[in-house]
Design a protein around this ligand. Structure first.
Ligand code: GLC
Length: 437
């Protein structure tokens, strides 16, 4: 096959995957392991749909917000329909929402996605009406992070569950989870490790601890402020914090587009406060890491999350250069990037969830960050590498950084979306939206 044939085949396959995973207005991450609507998956999927189906792109975001809570939280999963293929389902969460949802959130990519959809849209009256209708919901979700999840107004937001970060099994959660005493044994209830090779999935001990956190929150009736203050895991995740701040920037741009100066000013104040606090995430070696808010300790390893402050435009020029130097070191260590955990870290595991493998949605945010700081050649190289992964291996959930092999679930929606929105066009300059450092 020529390169052009390969590309055309992948274009068609990516659209087919999104069509197959479409449940009528929302997309499941993949058909086997994840049969519901996931928060940040859907935001990335909307960016993919925006390339060829504006209506469907808006719908993806609109259906996600059907699950939004009264306090503004956008849950990590909306269980629009029942399925017995996933644990923990609605009963395990016990949130009593309609539609049923989990009780935790996920990285707030939706504002950035809404801006990307708008930028690609026909900018018709209908496009504007849909953006206008989404805006208050996006604003409420950003307020939820900045207020409910930062009850003392520190500028740094709290996550209370590893799954809230999207980087579910990162070494970032090892020490915080060690502080959670498991009170449940859910090993017999798990389904993920029956569908996917257990080597590529988290351990039972991990599941028992994370489900203990769910029990703690249930005992607090999922009351937002009580959860933020009392759960036995409270961390500022470098990923969520960065993605939120980038989202703030994109939401400010949307507010300005819609002529809403007050919310724009409010978001600017919130963003400035976060920028002022961001230095607390700087570890003694100068890298940026998650911060355990209970112990004051930084995460043990540099992770792909440590690169997301570039995407947030939260770094000084010097700190950005440091992050780029780290990426260059990783490039020497593994042929494919970006590994989710530093390959030099003793706990690096190229097969296990978020302890080594590559996720293309993270690559995209990092490439955007590199471009935003003027590292055009590095952004281009990461784009070319990511493109090669899909050309060679198709659309798996994630990839092995040593071999490029595809891992986890197959026919993954967000991998397909990254191809459509980013990698299909080799020379695409359009890495997300224009935000300069
Ligand atoms: C896994 C990932 C999470 C993602 C979900 C659905 O739980 O860790 O980030 O949202 O799968 O794809």
């Amino acid at each position: 096959m020529t390169d052009i044939d390969r590309k055309t085949a992948r274009d068609a396959e990516a659209r087919r995957i999104l069509a197959t995973n479409d449940r009528g207005g929302y997309t499941v991450p993949n058909d086997g392991v994840y049969p519901f609507q996931w928060n940040w998956d859907s935001a990335f999927v909307a960016i993919g749909f925006a390339v060829y189906d504006e209506d469907r792109a808006w719908r993806e975001l609109e259906t996600l917000f059907l699950g939004q809570w009264a306090d503004g939280m956008v849950p990590s999963i909306v269980f629009h329909r029942e399925s017995d293929r996933y644990y923990p389902g609605p009963a395990a969460w016990g949130t009593h929402q309609e539609p049923p949802t989990t009780g935790i959130s996920q990285p707030p990519v939706a504002a950035t996605a809404a801006r990307a959809v708008w930028n690609r849209s026909a900018r018709s009256a209908e496009s504007r009406a849909r953006l206008t209708a989404l805006f208050p919901k996006l604003l409420a979700s950003h307020r939820w992070w900045h207020e409910t999840r930062d009850p003392d107004g520190t500028g740094l937001v709290t996550v209370t569950h590893p799954w809230e970060t999207g980087r579910d099994n990162s070494p970032d959660w090892d020490a915080p989870l060690a502080g959670v005493t498991p009170t449940v044994d859910v090993s017999a209830l798990r389904k993920d490790n029956k569908v996917v090779d257990p080597k590529e999935r988290p351990t039972d001990d991990f599941y028992n601890r994370v489900m203990t956190l769910v029990e703690e929150a249930k005992a607090l009736n999922w009351d937002g402020p009580a959860v933020a203050r009392n759960l036995s895991l409270r961390v500022c995740d470098i990923g969520v914090q960065s993605i939120l701040m980038r989202g703030d920037r994109d939401l400010i741009a949307i507010a300005e587009e819609l002529g809403l100066s007050e919310p724009a000013a409010e978001l600017r104040r919130r963003l400035d406060r976060s920028l002022a606090a961001f230095g607390r995430l700087k570890a003694p070696d100068g890298s940026y890491r998650s911060l355990d808010l209970r112990t004051g300790l930084h995460a043990p390893a540099i992770s792909s999350g440590s690169m997301l402050p570039l995407y947030a435009r939260a770094l000084s020029v010097e700190d950005a250069a440091d992050a780029v130097a780290t990426l260059a070191r990783w490039d020497e260590a593994v042929p494919y990037g970006v590994p989710s955990t530093d390959p030099a870290f003793p706990g690096f595991d190229p097969l296990r969830y978020w302890r080594g493998p590559i996720w293309l949605v993270v690559n995209r945010m990092i490439a955007d960050g590199l471009a935003g700081y003027g590292y055009a050649a590095e952004a281009k190289r990461l784009t070319a590498l990511s493109r090669e992964l899909v050309l060679e291996r198709g659309f798996p959930e994630y990839f092995d950084p040593r071999t490029g092999e595809g891992l986890g679930g197959r026919d993954f929606s967000w991998t397909a979306a990254m191809w459509l929105a980013w990698l299909s066009d080799e020379n695409a300059a359009s890495i997300l939206t224009e935000v300069r450092a």
